[in-house]
Design a protein around this ligand. Sequence first.
Ligand SMILES: *Cc1c(COP(=O)(O)O)cnc(C)c1O
Length: 367
Amino acid sequence: MNIPFLDLKKINQNYEHDLAAQLHSVINSGWFITGNKLIEFEKNYADFSGSQFSVGVGNGLDALILSLKSLNIGKDDEVIVPSNTYIASWLAISYVGAIVVPVEPRIDTYNIDVSLIEEKITSKTKAIMPVNLYGQAAELDKIMALSKKHNLYVIEDNAQAQGALCHGKLAGSFGHINGTSFYPGKNLGALGDGGAITTNDADLAEKIKVLRNYGSQKKYYNEIKGYNSRLDELQAAFLDVKLKKLASENEQRVIIAENYLQQLANFEDLILPQLAEGCTSNYHLFVVRTKRRNELQKFLLDKGIGTVIHYPVPPHMQKAYKEYEFSDDQFPIASLIAETCLSLPLYPGMDDEQINYICNTIKLFYA
Ligand SMILES: *Cc1c(COP(=O)(O)O)cnc(C)c1O
């Protein structure tokens, strides 16, 4: 049996009719940037996210960069961020000129270890950027309490956890301003690049609208040196189609994850995903860990099963961050996760036969 790691063709074919109708509608509107499709999607995504405002931007990285900018975070400011994240979280902090202050994750949930944050707070600390990694909400309630105590901003990197909850409240609705991504492989994926911020602060939402559009509210009148980072009409229209099914797609993902969790429970040295108390996951990724990761990946590939490593090199060991002179063993938990993690296929539309095949193949590997 052949099971790709992710089947974006199959996922999007479910929407082909409605997506084609939107393409037709946008072509015939003659309006391609910052129009009614964007306004409509922003309203709907804000509702989905339990936030008052959502502003569409060009991609997830820009959502984080513009969020930091909107809070005037820049040169010499320190931002606390997990040591084990996709590099975009770190890059956003670097792009505004601020300093990355990595904090190790919990080894069970892979989200930032809240008990390690306080010791990293200095007089220069301006913000905490928790990442809701692999689809699980971080312990955002505790992080918000800590930020209040120390008068810090919180910017959630919610690229992966659209729809996940922390004590009943949605990921992406805790921080002062939060970024998400509609990269095609994300749970709400566009047919190209896209991203958005969510916030309950009307002033911040307005600031992002100006920042994303050349620093201008009125065309050709520029108040500040802004960027060009807008979610275009076509992607907004496509996303609006897919947003209607996001909750049910996330439910399907949870059912698949529960099937994996049941079949692979207490199995050899295989470590399964775990949730923090009160936190849920949309299972953007189903990440297992094993000391024999590379061997397992090859074995699965030989049996037709695609897997991916998220992520093989932690940010502190990337060449891009050599100026910080981090030692390889400075963030041992991030390194351990990078050395042992493996993401199994998990996406809406996978059937029991496929999941059984994957689980049986893993059992065969250990037999
Ligand atoms: C995907 C992702 C981003 C960046 O999103 P893009 O749309 O690719 O720019 C940021 N952070 C995390 C954790 C991500 O997974």
